[in-house]
Design a protein around this ligand. Sequence first.
Ligand code: ZN
Length: 132
Amino acid sequence: MKKTGTNYRVSSVGDIQTLGRVTLKGELALTGAEISVNELPAGASVPFVHSHKRNEEVYIILKGKGQFYVDGDEFEVEEGSVIRVDPAGARCLRADDQMPIRYLCIQTEANSLVQFTQGDGVVLETKPTWLK
Ligand code: ZN
């Protein structure tokens, strides 16, 4: 489903089983983050090591397992692992030889978050039908 309203946009990344890599910044008109939904087949690796100029990244492993590389350190990651990498961190990720790895990568400008959750949220009086 695709739908756009004054203050929202809905899209779909399609078949999450076979998506490869989908970035959401353009699809959702994001203004403060880039989010990608990714899957590497068993034994596959991101084909390069990279860092960033200004953005930190958070990797959230949704399914599978693999190995993560940051600045020469290599460690195991699996479903439920969450990894934050500073902009300067030299990073790479590969899927385990026996199973694919599916993960989200959220990229935001380092040190840009000044308020969040209840510090930024405003509870309103309006309600959806299921709360009335
Ligand atoms: Zn990156």
